[in-house]
Design a protein around this ligand. Structure first.
Ligand code: GLA
Length: 407
């Protein structure tokens, strides 16, 4: 009898511990920023299973998988109706084999499958949202074999963002399948201040648009070009909030979607330096060799995936010239020189004169006492910091250097 009581007591304690563990997100899913592909920027609502399968094939065949891209993410518009019990179903015309079969296919390629929902009543394109169905939907996604959830913020009326995003986090945890949780409320409610323990990344800005410095108006809101996204939160110093497992998300990339090669190169390099998730948004099946080379530049990817997980800081902000610095693991650094302007920028960088001090990490460089070897990660040149760096950066282009201390 006594033994039975002890067993019962143990069972109660254990279930309490399990419940408590719901109050955490899945650990270890985003120690470095997520890398993958998403349908929205190119396909909008035009998603179906054969295109998604093609994209998984292309991810492997183009060398994207080898470069580190893992997630194939279906954005808005995959949804059908809810059934009589409230379970969400796929659009059966677009996904006749069902989501589980699609996940199995994507997994068979060594990749992972992502899906999209919304904290409100409907998604941004008007499909059923997860409000009031969070636990049910999370269970469905887990049963389908989903690995990534992007969770949007349309049609949320006045609900509390912290509560809404926490509810889905707990629902995912309760469903038991490790699902990377990508918060998408556009930075409207300062997620960097509260989302660290809720999601693995949070959108820091509104939607991106494939242009260098434009804003494209949709009536009540605008999509933003690369420079606009780069600048819109500049004064908030968002880098202090990001780190392994919780990243600022500067939106899915527009590389290969109509900007010039220089602009694509800059966009990709900046997103890598900022530790944004690297989610391609172009048609991988038909991308040009130039686009493929940009997206698969392993040296640039390595900056994004650096284990120290420190977002770059804007070190020089002088008109057309912006210089970003990123402290890397093992005493290394990355320097990015950006020409925002429309003319070639001639610039001489005097290393000894420009001392480096990063208050966030406490790391600094005095080039008068330390020498670094540098390697140009796009052009392949080499040099060291004993000599001034003479640059002529073409319009809208970048020079990205990796600095390694010379012992
Ligand atoms: C919002 C998001 C976009 C995309 C669309 C889908 O605008 O910010 O990234 O997911 O919704 O409708």
């Amino acid at each position: 009898m006594k033994l039975l009581w002890i067993k019962c007591l143990l069972a109660v304690v254990l279930s309490a511990v399990t419940c408590l563990s719901f109050a955490e997100k899945f650990a270890g899913l985003a120690d470095t920023p997520a890398m993958g592909w998403n349908s929205w920027n190119t396909f909008d609502c035009d998603v179906d299973e054969s295109m998604i399968r093609d994209m998984a094939d292309a991810m492997v065949d183009t060398g994207m998988k080898d470069a580190g891209y893992t997630y194939i993410n279906i954005d808005d518009c995959w949804h059908g109706e809810r059934d009589a019990k409230g379970n969400i179903q796929v659009n059966k015309e677009r996904f006749p084999s069902g989501m589980k079969a699609l996940a199995d296919y994507v997994h068979s390629k060594g990749l992972k499958l992502g899906i999209y929902s919304d904290a409100g009543n409907t998604t941004c394109a008007g499909y059923p949202g997860s409000r009031g169905h969070e636990y049910q939907d999370a269970k469905t996604y887990a049963a389908w074999g989903i690995d990534y959830l992007k969770y949007d913020w349309c049609d949320t009326e006045n609900i509390n963002p912290i509560g809404a995003y926490t509810t889905m986090r707990d629902a995912l945890k309760a469903a038991g399948r490790p699902i990377l949780y990508s918060i998408c409320e556009w930075g409207d409610n300062q997620p960097w201040e509260w989302a660290q323990d809720i999601g693995h990344s949070w959108r820091a800005t509104g939607d991106i648009y494939p242009c260098w410095d434009c804003a494209y108006g949709w009536g009540s809101w605008s999509s933003l070009g690369v420079l606009k996204i780069l600048d819109i939160r500049k004064d908030l110093r968002l880098r202090q909030y990001a780190g392994p497992g919780h990243w600022n998300d500067y939106d899915m990339m527009e590389v290969g979607n109509g900007m010039s090669e220089a602009e694509d190169r800059s966009h990709f390099s900046l997103w890598a330096m900022l530790n944004s998730p690297l989610i391609a948004g172009n048609d991988l099946r038909s991308m040009s060799e130039a686009t493929r080379k940009i997206l698969t530049n392993k040296d640039i990817v390595a900056l994004n995936q650096d284990p120290a997980g420190v977002e770059a800081m804007r070190y020089i902000d002088a008109g057309d010239l912006n210089v970003f610095l990123k402290p890397l693991a093992n005493g290394e650094w990355a320097f990015l020189f950006l020409n925002r302007g429309d003319d070639t920028l001639e610039y001489t960088h005097d290393w000894q004169f420009n001392l480096v001090k990063d208050d966030l990490t406490g790391r600094s460089i005095d080039f008068n006492h330390e020498t670094f070897a540098w390697r140009d990660l796009w052009q392949g040149g080499k040099g060291d910091t004993n000599r001034n760096l003479e640059l002529a950066i073409p319009p809208h282009d970048v020079v990205v250097l990796r600095l390694t201390p010379i012992k």
